[in-house]
Write a protein that binds this ligand. Sequence first.
Ligand SMILES: [Zn+2]
Length: 427
Amino acid sequence: MRLAAALAVLFALAAPASARAATTAIRFGTLVDGQGHVFANAVVVVVDDRVQSVTSGGPIAGGAELIDLSRYTGIPGLIDAHTHITYYWDGTTTPRSEPPRHPAVTAVLAQENALKALEAGVTTIRDLNAAGGVDLAMRDLIKMGKMIGPRMFVSGTTIRITSSAGPPAPIGLMADGVDGVIRGVRQVIASGADWVKMHASTGGFDDLSQTQTFTFEELKAGIDAAHALGKKVAVHSYGPAGAREAVRAGADSLEHPTDMDDETIAEMVRRRTYYSPTIDHNQYYVENADAVYHFPPGTKERLGDFIRRNVDTARKAFRAGVHIVMGSDAVYNGWGLNTRELDWFVKIGMTPEQALGAATSEPAALLGMERSLGAVAPGFFADIVAVDGNPLATITAVSKRDNVRWVMKAGRVVVDKTRRIDTNTGR
Ligand SMILES: [Zn+2]
């Protein structure tokens, strides 16, 4: 099945652009458009890379190529707001002790991660921290149509304080003091990054420490410098102190923070600071702690405790009205599990529709792409996913990988598993 899907993607890459019909009409049993509408017997007309029209049972214009997905529900292409596409693992040793690779080698290998994202229905990612400019290269190659993968918004390398963390050395540009941080932010943007990422606390993988790193003044200087150049800032913080300072300093999104106090949460609502709680990535670490990562004894218990507090914090933030987005923090063999975060969102009290919004309209707005991404609507990019089941009744219609049967990105079919026969159901 994996091979068949890979071949389907390769075929799409090999097909000359001229072989594509300029106009495609797609039939769905139901279409959830991402703007609050549900179309029965939907017909979506796609011209080149954009949606031209969405109708209920409308006639299909002559000359259009017809794709019949009437057995499935159509939804907007999903957006994963926190990924690490260049963290590639070949399955030997452990993920973080692989030999260093030339950036070009990493770019080629990481296509596997890109494919897994598409197979999960993820057509856009915000990638936050990569070495060697590999994220910039992949973004551009995908944009050129020379590599198949999700549309990428990238931060280049993260900016962090100088520290003596042991090996493996943290990837990132080290910067200290207001002037140093301003220089670092400008360097990252000059390198071609769409976003800036700053580390306001320790923590990552099996390190669950929450110590604040940058001061408020450093965060403020970095965020102001980025905003002055028209770029947004994502701030990593495992702990509440870094999160509180990042919000006050004007961060556009907060990544991971746990144990945030009510005042910080209220300030996030007031400032519309987006929250990417990345709950599932720690569950992924629990599942891979022994066999893959060889984390020390006791790590799974500590991860479990962090997850419980992360869930509590996310629930509190959701109830208060914070804008929450799906961020998988996908690394290595976590690619393909990108949408499991949505199951947690339902656990913290979202309806399936709200959870879907956290992977479509909310991150589209975070990216400043709310008129092009996150909905199946006229003028939007034709990023469309066909799933088996009703995502408004149960989010697993989206979050369970096998339910994603077909994916179109910018008018091009990149995943097609519609002809697969399920031996259990016979369909
Ligand atoms: Zn991350």
